[in-house]
Design a protein around this ligand. Sequence first.
Ligand code: MRU
Length: 361
Amino acid sequence: MSAVPYNVRLSDGADSLIILDQRRLPLEEAYLELHTREELFDAIRSLAVRGAPAIGIAAGYGYYLCAREDADKPDFFSRMDDAERYLASARPTAVNLFRALARMRACLKRNALSERNELIAKLRLEAEAIQREDVGANVKISEAGLTLMQPGMGVLTHCNAGPLATSLYGTALGPILLAQERGYAPKVFADETRPLMQGARLTAYELNRAGVDVTLICDNMAGQVMREGRVQAVFIGCDRAAMNGDCANKIGSASLAVLAKHYSVPFYIFMPLTTADPDTPSGDGIRIEERASEEVTELFFRSRIAPDGIKVYNPAFDVVDHSLITAIVTEEGVLRPPFDVSLRDALERSRSGAGDRSRKE
Ligand code: MRU
């Protein structure tokens, strides 16, 4: 079901991280080998690796690589605190980054008294577990999402929530790829997703490779597509869900949700539960990343389209109000409103499931 070979993996010697450089897609499938924390930070910051789950996975491996590099230093533990703070400062919105790093820190603390090489091996296993669990969540999300689909259905998507943004199958694109495999022949409309064109560059690339019927539109065409009845649902990913069900996702998601409400098109969020933030009660508490003005004044850093010195505001995400969301699809199934109840219960179920699994190990 995956449309790309792989997007994040440790090198054979386990001393570097190899990522597919998403900035160069779809023109080139080029891999980057990252050795240092600075290289890792830059790869996350510049969107060479992007998408909430993929950022978390890269950060988990990044933490392990930092530990490996600093293993013999006398101030090892304080250096690891610095490494966590540094990697966490790469991007502020996707909670997977912070949750993955916190999980790695907990592993470090649990094994603090072990021999250093044993501790490093444990950190590697933890980073691999983060990635493996994301694959498992994607499979379940895809199956749950398929229950919302009918043969020949039209789906509108925004940004990229496919294999590139996760470990393997994707969240919002997972059910679409599965539907294609199972003969549903879905018809997808992909928003180009200004300013960084993740829809045009990545979603169109992934779905096209998988043989899905995909039509690219500019973001401002979504209302017309809905009005003409071409789509029966909107499927998007999420960077952080607050506990009341408000969901931060790529800029443009909130206006799409308002449009969908107007045209009575069901609006679905797809995410692993690692994207839910138990510490954020509502969307008001989600920090929205603001990015460089050149992303707006130039077309994907290639040609200038605006006057020199023009004022620019470039928020990279917005918050979809929970009242506009039909359901949130997770590895614990399709969650319906009220989300403050269904999301909390799903997190509870997934925590007790994780407890059962670790007791068996
Ligand atoms: O800035 P990006 O490209 O990292 O933004 C990504 C998104 O907004 C995705 O929709 C989100 O991370 C979900 S990915 C499964």
